[in-house]
Design a protein around this ligand. Sequence first.
Ligand code: NDP
Length: 453
Amino acid sequence: MSKAAEFIDSVYQAVLTRNPGEREFHQAVHEVFESLEPVIERHPEYAESAILERVCEPERQIIFRVPWTDDRNHVHINRGFRVQFNSALGPYKGGLRFHPSVLLGTVKFLGFEQIFKNALTGLPIGGGKGGSDFDPKGKSDREVMRFCQSFMTELQRYIGEYVDVPAGDIGVGAREIGYLFGQYKRLRNKFESGVITGKGIGWGGSRARTEATGYGAVIFAREMLETRHAGFDGAKVIVSGSGNVALYAIQKVQQLGGTVVGASDSQGAVYDPDGIDFELLREIKEVERGRVRDYVDRRGGRAEYRNSGSVWDIADVDGIDVALPCATQNELNAENAETLVRNGVRAVAEGANMPCTPDAVRRFQKAGVLFGPGKAANAGGVATSALEMQQNASRDSWTFEYTEQRLEQIMTRLHRSVRRTAEEYGHPGDYVRGANIHGFQLVADAMIAQGVI
Ligand code: NDP
């Protein structure tokens, strides 16, 4: 083991000891650290300034009680989190996740990823993340509203346009952002639109923000494919999930001439060999808050519902060119990766955060599949959130076309810089190393410049 590798391992061991039981956080740290040996060798100042130790320790973590009353007058208690991880590049920025699986370790893993993702966008935003173990599924609008108001009553002490700017994530869409923003405005008595992103277009939101993460992931995949003189035209694609990221990934693939033959939710998958009908799926998921099973019932034709196995098994039936995991962390394992490789997958871009297990990533890379990690491939969402902040600061509202053009520029530039860094460090085509190293260096240099804080 080199001296640099020994040093990195000692910091990692300390992370394990200091953060017991936070499996996903450990995984995210390990995945970044794996890329850093040559960086520490070239830049001993990072070790001397304890950048690795500092970057793994959130600047601040807030945990709070969220009491709320349901429609039958029963009182419930949930737990709220906000992890303000790193502000070297700008105010903390990252979404809120409402899902029963949310623990402090979940929020820390997402916040840690967010630091480097936000750096990669080239925009002035630091890294943070938050959420709650509240499950909005099956709750009435009024229940969700009361929960959001209670959550924000506490969170408002810690956020602000120049401090920390939350947004949506799993379980937090336009409805939740509206209730959260409304309560913030009421408590602070000011229309501080830059305090939260993902707002409605009529009250400070940005056009193309809803579409941005899914569109961005497809643009990133398109750029990867172009390096091998391939593209989406005529390609068969599987997308996992059917939420915000998945839906707009499906739409963008179709705009580029590809066919999406599979999508899913947490209960099952849909196989539609004629191509997912985007408008029907959007209506069911976004408007009616239904399930993919409803899609199959309404679509008819050759669409099938599968409530066992994985959406990735569809590759066995239909062969596959591109896989876009857009649901949740660790949803695509080594076995799924094997199925995809066997069936000809050429590119995988992570629309979700860390959806592929480390074994799955290794399998793709060993097979020479182009692999775009989430911190690069799904950065279009937070980048467009930063564009929303720009519009709010200048009291302006851009057109859809202009905003999408900015997203396109950001994603193609991001792809280029990640690719260039991988080459510089002797691993051409390795987007995992390229993203980790480039993101880390941007943050590390700013931390050194700002002193030991
Ligand atoms: P949504 O809540 O809109 O959609 C999530 C989708 O994933 C749903 O279809 C959901 O199914 C499915 N899903 C959730 N948990 C599981 C699970 N345990 N097993 C299988 N399927 C599951 O969230 P988003 O689309 O916003 O987020 C998806 C991913 O993208 C997350 O990893 C998020 O962190 C990441 N991301 C999101 C960004 C954004 O702008 N929204 C930005 C960057 C990353 P069901 O409806 O049944 O729960």
